[in-house]
Design a binder for this molecule. Structure first.
Ligand code: ATP
Length: 621
């Protein structure tokens, strides 16, 4: 397939055409794809070249990309830099500079999707000495055969600034449409994606073997599964009413209701464990392979878990053997490192508290009810609950009344846990989705704001006085609008960081600084420096308020679902689209286990706003 065909669609996507139109365009592209092309097209549309667990990322520095533009355009470094400054976007600069390069036009061969993808792959995979020159050469080869508009897309892709506006759900609908003419296959394709975390491979299978093969996909060791996510409710009572099968208070109708399971909420790293034979791998919440950080847990897992092939999930958390207590998150965090792993493992031993079984010896447990998954998990872990264990199973009770649930919550919090996760006994494992199969209740819910919020940094301010030295005075942050794939401003916050952390953070943000507001960011606030929306931080705040300056959850014109449409409140003045903002936000920690698209969504923010109103209503009664 010609790359130019794909570029036309990319350009449409960047223009933010309607989702329906984009889905249709993409499905037309898929219709002409071979299985291999379907895989490559899918990956390029996702903005990746390999699934996260392969650890192959493109992320080429602007400087290297500029060198390739210099070579191909015949311009000097200064001229390239000046055009970049003028345009504010390196892709636009490449387009302009290559359009001036008429004399080379004859030597060109038309780019194919295959050639572009393969060179991208080689750029990402090349490492070690001399690799920078090699990367520049591979990029220059593509640019020398590219039309100006193709060069624009190529440069945006390799520098990570291409924003296609087509999320994975659009690609899934397009795949379905290309095969069936409608969205009827979307749910099944999405299920396969959630189980494999590799949409490209699912697309290839669909085109090679058909839908039956996709529906037959089941979990496979070393293919990370997208994690199930928890919903929030405001109280024990609300949880029992939702998934406990009744609303009885203690001694009431408890006998007749089925209840729900309640587990402690451990505050460490979420880890998925995959084992086959003697190979054990750990994957993070973002499906990255992190086995090298936890050799102690891998050994313990082999000894304690009686399974040849298994996929399960849990939370790794620092543990003090002498006192039998868990360590605070800050201590556990120190285990997240590339160097000095063995020494730290001695100093801060971890316990892996398992809470889910997803696959065991050829059987897909994701589709079995929670009660069955848990029963099996308990059987597989030797000595669960025993002293000195490195691998354990999260203790759980069945709560039939709000009072029972509240009691377990209070006990959990008093032993230093974050709260509880209540689980629907009959629910399947909801891979990749935030559903009421799991409901979390945290100790912070009794505070003013029901939960911390994970926001994405979209820009920063230089700051005054001493802070100027670090180049970081404050952060402009956003929540994620997952429906339209946009980042919408929600808070400006002081960093609350130590000097050392501030210097490090400033350098992280410096690397993703951009000259103008990224296309997928909505904000009327202007920071001193815009950054690509990549870094996620967890913040606490006093409350969520309506705001005339932040645009999160604000009315977005036709078709947008603003906060006023949710009947949350009276709404702004005439023609005024009020957003939601965090009041007195404070940085809690970096969430480098989350990608920007996994930050708190606009919809969640609206829900938190509703929870806040409910809990105020209750407390004033
Ligand atoms: P949070 O910051 O509240 O952990 P999150 O967005 O990372 O939120 P959620 O799915 O909303 O994740 O909340 C569930 C999280 O709680 C899981 O990601 C997991 O890491 C953690 N957790 C701790 N203990 C348990 C448990 N017993 N069962 C399920 N999840 C648990």
């Amino acid at each position: 397939m010609k790359f130019s065909r794909l570029v036309l669609v990319f350009e449409e996507m960047e223009k933010k055409s309607s989702r329906l139109a984009i889905t249709h365009d993409v499905s037309e592209v898929f219709k002409t794809c071979s299985p291999k092309e379907a895989k490559r097209v899918t990956r390029l549309m996702e903005g990746i070249i390999a699934p996260p667990h392969e650890g192959i990322e493109l992320g080429m520095a602007d400087k290297l990309a500029m060198r390739a533009i210099e070579i191909v355009s015949g311009k000097s470094g200064k001229e390239v830099a000046a055009t970049y400054r003028k345009k504010g976007d390196l892709g636009d600069a490449a387009e302009e500079l290559l359009a001036q390069r008429r004399q080379h036009a004859l030597a060109k061969s038309e780019l194919s999707v295959e050639k572009v993808y393969d060179n991208f792959y080689k750029i990402a995979a090349s490492g070690g000495g001399g690799s920078q020159d090699h990367k520049v050469k591979l990029l220059a080869e593509l640019l020398s055969n590219a039309e100006p508009n193709e060069a624009k897309i190529i440069i945006r892709f390799v520098t990570g600034s291409l924003r296609l506006g087509a999320g994975e759900s659009t690609i899934i609908d397009a795949l379905s449409e290309s095969r069936s003419g409608s969205k009827e296959l979307s749910d099944e394709i999405e299920r396969a994606f959630n189980l494999t975390s590799d949409l490209g491979a699912v697309a290839e299978l669909l085109f090679e073997k058909g839908m039956q093969a996709v529906s037959a996909i089941k979990p496979k060791p070393f293919n990370p599964i997208k994690p199930a996510l928890a919903e929030r409710l405001e109280s024990a009572q609300a949880i029992i009413e939702k998934i406990g099968g009744g609303g009885g208070s203690e001694g009431g109708a408890a006998g007749g209701v089925r209840g729900c399971s309640v587990e402690g909420k451990f505050d460490g790293f979420r880890l998925a464990v995959h084992k086959k034979g003697s190979r054990v791998e750990f994957y993070s919440r973002r499906q990255e392979r992190v086995t090298h950080m936890f050799p102690d847990l891998a050994e313990a897992f082999k000894k304690q878990v009686a399974a040849d092939e298994i996929i399960c999930e849990g939370e790794a958390i620092g543990f003090n053997d002498a006192t039998g207590t868990f360590l605070p998150f800050q201590d556990t965090m120190q285990r997240k490192r590339k160097h000095g792993v063995a020494e730290k493992a001695e100093e801060i031993p971890l316990k892996l508290v398992l809470f889910e079984l997803l696959y065991f010896d050829g059987v897909d447990y994701t589709q079995k009810p929670y009660r069955e998954r848990r029963e099996k998990l308990l059987k597989l872990v030797k000595n669960a609950g025993g002293k000195g264990n490195r691998i354990d199973v999260a203790p759980a009770v069945i709560a039939k009344t709000a009072a029972q649930l509240q009691r377990f919550f209070d006990e959990s919090v008093s032993t230093g846990l974050e709260g509880i996760v209540a689980k629907d006994l009959e629910a399947e494992y909801t891979a990749g989705a935030r559903k009421f199969a799991w409901i979390k209740l945290k100790k912070s819910y009794s505070e003013k704001l029901a939960d911390t919020v994970d926001v994405v940094v979209i820009g920063y301010y230089y700051g005054k006085g001493k802070r100027t030295e670090f180049g970081l005075g404050g952060l402009l942050t956003a929540v994620y609008d997952d429906k339209h794939q946009r980042f919408r401003s929600v808070a400006k916050i002081g960093t609350g960081l130590s000097e050392a952390q501030m210097t490090e953070f400033a350098s992280t943000l410096g690397k993703i600084a951009v000259k103008k507001k990224p296309d997928d960011v909505d904000s009327v606030m202007e920071p001193d420096v815009w950054v690509k929306p990549r870094v996620v931080i967890e913040v606490n705040a006093d409350e969520i308020t309506r705001s005339p300056i932040h645009v999160a959850a604000a009315e977005k014109g036709k078709g947008g679902k603003g906060v006023d449409e949710t009947n949350i409140g009276a709404g702004g003045g005439e023609g005024e689209a009020e957003g939601l903002a965090l009041r007195f936000p404070r940085l809690v920690r970096l969430r480098d286990d989350k990608a920007a698209e996994q930050a708190t969504t606009e919809r969640e923010l609206i829900k938190l706003f509703e929870l806040q109103r409910k809990s105020r209503g209750q407390s004033s009664e």
